[in-house]
Design a binder for this molecule. Structure first.
Ligand SMILES: C[S@@+](CC[C@H](N)C(=O)[O-])C[C@H]1O[C@@H](n2cnc3c(N)ncnc32)[C@H](O)[C@@H]1O
Length: 342
């Protein structure tokens, strides 16, 4: 086995189960990829990954690639795999989770997040006795506890966009609740606490820390029930009220919404969204870092990496897709942050 230094900003046309062996240990900052899904399409003449007859064999093959990715990733780095699910005879196989559990069993990495892609335009399926699948996971694994993570950069446009466009709170924000507290059955002591907490939450909205809030007061509002309501019910019974805080993007949830890409003229049948790749690259890397995609396809990972002033290395088995990716990369300009794709 020849372990070489990675040549940055290049595409290798070949089989990643072979080509990854040539890449040096601890040499990339991020691996982000979307391997062929189980029995979804025929790549590599129908004998490659994804064309296995058996789900266990598929998971085994993907996990072997994953192991190589772990070896090649720096200790501060992360590995992101996006895998789709599959129905066989009307039964959902839970392919992504079978993969994630096998990876957990290796005990080489920690799963730090399951980022859920919510598809805004999912493919309508024909089976009228099933709901339409509209999510896919991006599993984010870290090689150590010292992984690079820039949480503020994730979906940061929402902060700028939302705070700039959000209507400023009206002058009588919370007035209705002050009146309700006044006329409620709460004791004077409870009313004082309720007024104090109401004042605090109004300040949080005015400072932009919260998007909005709701208040429930004993004897006035319907009582919450079930599940998460337990805590609120206790608050209403002990304090006489509860305040529900509504956060915007500031809490950085593990969800990202995007349409399924259909790029005009793209010859590849299964492209993942540039927007999601962009947000993950900003979350997990600095400018100048090296990003590897062992299943490059039409080059999405490399294109976004170049735009964001990161380096890339891609592997793609199909010469036609490798050439197409090369062409798309050559046409890509690096961007300034204000021009990010939203
Ligand atoms: C789901 S697609 C990736 C699409 C890519 N994310 C994009 O946005 O264009 C998977 C790709 O892996 C390639 N592939 C399949 N088996 C491979 C292997 N053993 N080594 C390298 N590439 C492979 C396929 O040709 C296909 O282009």
């Amino acid at each position: 086995m020849l372990i070489t230094k990675i040549k940055k900003n290049s595409i290798i046309c070949g089989d990643c189960s072979e080509e990854l062996r040539h890449l040096a240990n601890d040499s990339v900052d991020l691996v982000i990829t979307s391997p062929p899904y189980f029995q979804q399409r025929e790549y590599a003449g129908g004998n490659g990954i994804g064309n296995e007859k058996d789900i266990d064999e598929y998971v085994f093959n993907i996990v072997q690639i994953f192991r190589q990715c772990v070896r090649i990733t720096k200790p501060t780095g992360t590995i992101v795999f996006n895998i789709g699910d599959k129905y066989v005879n009307g039964n959902l196989l839970l392919v992504p989770y079978r993969f994630a559990i096998e990876v957990q069993n290796l005990k080489l990495v920690k799963l730090i997040n399951e980022l859920t892609w919510v598809k805004l335009n999912p493919t309508p399926k024909q089976d009228p006795r099933k709901l339409i699948s509209s999510t896919e996971p991006f599993f984010i694994f870290a090689k150590s506890n010292d992984y690079y993570f820039n949480r503020e950069a994730f979906l940061e446009y929402k902060d700028k966009y939302c705070s700039g466009n959000r209507r400023s709170p009206s002058n009588d924000l919370g007035k209705k609740y002050y009146e309700l507290i006044e006329n409620s059955e709460l004791s004077e002591e409870q009313k004082n606490i309720a007024r104090k907490e109401l004042k605090e939450v109004i300040t949080e909205v005015r400072n932009g820390k919260l998007d909005s809030f709701r208040m429930k007061i004993k004897g006035i509002h319907a009582l919450p029930y079930g599940g998460q309501a337990g805590g609120r019910l206790t608050q209403i019974n002990t304090k006489g009220f509860t305040i529900i805080k509504i956060y915007g993007n500031s809490i950085r949830r593990d969800v990202i919404e995007s349409t399924v890409e259909s790029i005009k003229g793209n010859i590849h049948p299964a492209v993942y969204p540039e927007f999601i790749v962009q947000e993950i690259i900003k979350l997990l890397t600095h400018e100048g870092d090296i990003i590897l995609d062992p299943f490059l396809g039409s080059g999405t990972t490399a294109i976004v990496a170049k735009r964001l002033k990161r380096n890339y290395i891609g592997i793609e088995i199909h010469p036609e897709y490798a050439n197409y990716a090369e062409q798309r990369i050559n046409e890509t300009e690096t961007l300034y942050s204000c021009e990010l794709f939203i």
